[in-house]
Structures are given as C-alpha cells and as structure tokens.
Design a protein around this ligand. Structure first.
Ligand code: MRU
Length: 375
C-alpha cells in the first residue's frame, strides 16, 4: 500500500534511532531530524509498518486517512506537522507572516472535527509561532527549532499525563477487577501508555486487573484491531466481544468497571467519544457498573457548555456497508455513520484527568479544576 507518495517502511528499514524508539515502547510516532515516522494504524494487526511524513500536507493526509488516530495522538502529530510547515517556508527563504501561519494552522485544523486535542495543540503551536514572529529575536531557522521542540514537549507531557491518569484510575480499583473498554484509548492513540488503557496497564501492574473485555468497535474496529493488539502483545488478559454483546456481559456480572477515553469534554462533563460509548454508558448505569472517562486536560473544551454543541464527524457510508473490500449490505442502501456520540454527564461516575478524579456535579468540579491548574 502506498500513501502520501511514500512506500511504507518495515521496522528494519527505519533509521536506527527511530527503530529503537518504536521497539522500546508501544507508540504511534517518532519524530527524528524533522521527519515524522508514523505507525500505520490502518494495517494493524496484520502488518506492522510505518510511513515517513516530511511535509504538512502529508501529515494532514495521514490524520484524515486515519494512519494515526485517537484524540491526543492527532494533536501531537498536528503539532509536528505544523512545525514542518513553518520549516518548509523557512527553507525556501519565504519571509512568513501571521497570515501564512494561520493558513498552515487551518490546513491541519480541518482534517478532523471532533477531537479537540487537535485544536488545542494547534492553538499552542500557532500562538508560539506568532509570538516568535512578533519578537523577531530568533532567526527563521532558530524559530523552526523552537517549534519542533514545542511539539516534542507536547508529546512528552502527554505521556506523563497518561501515566498520572493510569495511577489515579488504578487507585479506584480492588484486586483482580474485571474491566471493559471501548474503541482504542491506548498507547497508539496518545503519545504513549494510553488514557483508558493507561489505567488498564497501571491496574494490571498492581494486580488490580484480571481481565479486560474489549468491544470490537464497529464500524472501524479500533477495539479488535488496535486495543486487542496492544493488550495481547503485552500479555494482559483480553477478551474481545462484538459491541452488541455488552448487555449480556453486564447481565452476567462479568464487569466491575468501565474505562473509556474521550475526544471532547464540555464544561458540564458531557463527553464525546467513539460511537457506541453512549450505549455502553446506558448499559453500565442499568447494571450499576461504574463508568469512568479518562482524558487529559487537552481534551476539555470549556468554551462549550454542553455536549449538544460538539461537532460530530460524519464518515463515509462505505465503513458501514463494507468490511474491508467485502460488501455486507445492498448497494445504494441509505447509511448513517456518525464517528462519535455524546455521553451525558449524568451517566459518568467520574472524570479522571492528570490533576485528579472529578466527581459530580461536574460543572463545578471542572470549573474548579481549570481555575486552579491553568488549563
Ligand atoms: O476515530 P478515532 O479512532 O480517532 O476515535 C478515537 C476514539 O474515539 C478514542 O476512543 C478517543 O480518541 C480516545 S483517545 C485516547
């Protein structure tokens, strides 16, 4: 498969430093000498291969085509793509101005609409680029270095947040808990370690997770192809179910707690996450199972008062009518394919972010957390 005009690379063909980084820990990306190497998540679990992006255009395509996906991961990748965009201007000797910076920002911002980490990372990068531009104390080349360093910082901070959330989430569990998750909120959806799967990893290490039930996550199968892959290769006991088995699983009293990630959390605690999350939360409520949302501060959008205001990505009908190349529905049938849904705050037992565990009433808890921690 080719994409972005590049042949995919196997692990062996990557530069040595990049290979070591991918081998040492499960991660979605490595930036090395201004080239962004992405694990091609569309090929998992069959094939582990990588794509090298050298331009903002390639990065935008990689986000849109879901080579990389997951809210924190697309924010980090966009930050590096933005730095590559500024770098290209500097390299061509173009004296860039604020309007050009805005155009680079827009190119990436328009790739996917729901996960607010993308906008958060671009706000941070664009703000810095404009400050550097106005200050005029650094050469264009030094400004580019500073932007790549900022993208690297965003990545490093995200991994630290995931680890902190993992410990906080694990502290809520008793020994041997049976957990459930939806979609992929793992290492490859973040800088590394994962949000919901960060809790699973921390809990497993502490003897507080005996099994994880993973919803396959129709229609893109992130649960089956990514979450099950991440957990299985680390030896964490995983049981895959199709999405419509969750009710029976809960009825059979097989789940002690549910942890999911998020793509956008509004000021009242409503949470957009992968389609199917809402149905799972309703089931959890009906069966008295605690339902936790695990997401860093970069996933909060306190400019929105409720989840009804979150833009929900509508995706191609083919994702529903086909499995791979195989049609499973009559040609021309009408399809509705929202990529995300909104779980109302009253179905959420607690929100876990890197600064703590927030309990209802969320409007007050989130406002207080933001007031005290410079979100
Ligand atoms: O469409 P995707 O695969 O980008 O959606 C990802 C999800 O919904 C994840 O569950 C969410 O981003 C949480 S990521 C830690």
């Amino acid at each position: 498969m080719t994409l972005l005009g590049h042949e995919p690379c196997s692990l062996q063909n990557l530069p040595a430093e990049v290979r070591v980084s991918f081998e040492s820990e499960t991660r979605p990306l490595v930036c090395h000498e201004k080239v962004l190497y992405l694990l091609d998540q569309r090929c998992l679990p069959r094939t582990v291969q990588y794509l090298a992006c050298t331009t903002i255009e390639e990065v935008a395509t990689a986000i849109r085509e879901m080579v990389v996906r997951g809210a924190p991961a697309i924010g980090i990748v966009a930050a590096f793509g933005f730095a590559q965009g500024v770098s290209a201007l500097a390299h061509q000797g173009i004296a860039y101005d604020e309007a050009m910076i805005d155009r680079l920002d827009q190119r990436l911002r328009q790739t996917r609409p729901t996960a607010v980490n993308l906008m958060w990372a671009l706000d941070r990068m664009t703000g810095l680029a404009k400050r550097l531009f106005q200050e005029k104390t650094l050469s264009p080349e030094a400004q580019v270095e500073r932007l790549f360093a900022e993208a690297q910082t965003i990545e490093t901070e995200d991994v630290a947040s995931c680890r902190a959330m993992g410990m906080l989430g694990a502290s809520l569990l008793k020994a041997g808990a049976r957990l459930q998750t939806h979609c992929n909120a793992g290492a490859i959806a973040t800088g590394g370690y994962g949000t919901a799967l960060g809790v699973v990893r921390a809990a497993f290490a502490e003897g507080k997770c005996s099994r994880v039930y993973v919803d396959e996550t129709r229609p893109r199968f992130q649960g089956a192809s990514l979450t099950a892959w991440e957990l299985h290769r680390e030896g964490i006991p995983v049981t895959l179910i199709s999405d419509n088995m969750a009710g029976a699983l809960h009825q059979a009293a097989q789940v002690d707690a549910i942890f999911v990630g998020a793509d956008r959390i509004t000021a009242n605690g409503d949470t957009a996450n992968k389609i199917g999350t809402y149905a799972l939360a309703v089931l959890a409520k009906a069966h008295g199972i605690p339902f936790y949302v695990v997401a860093p501060r970069s996933t909060y959008d306190t400019t929105l008062t409720s989840g009804a205001l979150i833009p929900i990505e509508e995706r191609d009908a083919r994702e529903v009518t086909h499995v791979g190349e195989q049609a499973i529905a009559p040609e021309g049938v009408s399809v509705w394919n929202p990529g995300f849904d909104v779980t109302p705050a009253d179905l959420i037992t607690a929100h876990i972010n890197e600064t703590g565990v927030l309990y209802p009433p969320y409007t007050q808890a989130i406002a207080a957390a933001f007031a005290s921690t410079q979100l």
